[in-house]
Design a protein around this ligand. Sequence first.
Ligand code: CA
Length: 218
Amino acid sequence: MASILIAEDEARIARFLEHGLTAQGYSTTSVTDGAAALDYASSGSFDLLLLDVGLPVMDGFAVLREDGNAIPVIILTARSSVTDTVAGLEGGADDYLAKPFRFEELVARIRRRLRDDRSPESLVLTCGGLTLDLRSRQATVSGRTVDLSAREFALAEMLLRHAGQVLSREQLLDHVWGYDFDPSSNVVDVYIRHLRRKLGPDRITTLRRMGYRLEDLP
Ligand code: CA
């Protein structure tokens, strides 16, 4: 299991990253300033650093200059400062992501950096006749192929990874749409309806005021 160091001073984004990455099977540690980021990054305990540019005490660029490429770094930056960030990449970062970003995009970058080829069995998720092949992005129900859009697939994947558990609307929204999405949006409910239509009506249970659960059928 890869260990990811998160250097982010905005609590909401740090939480979003921790929750999402933990659900993907990574272990995470968060720090909120540049000096701590540098300290932890050189400890030898981490495989990758997610580094916000605007950090207190020492900014992300200063961390990059000092850290001597100990571990791969993905820079998180405001979209308005992408030009500065590209300059920062020459200072030793491996990649950058402009905020706001989608979680899926971040995970793809992390996997690429870690050359993190998951074992083949984890690339196919199955539950009660529903199968998602994460490599070919193909969904089947009882052997029949079902067309899912990218978002529908991401939502189905999240539900399947947590089959039998209740996921709140906020968790699903954070994970599939991103932390900057309007929390009062009903987009999750709309997409759950799409999934029910495509995957079968009884698979996903609504729990009032709690969220949704994919039934862990035999
Ligand atoms: Ca910041």
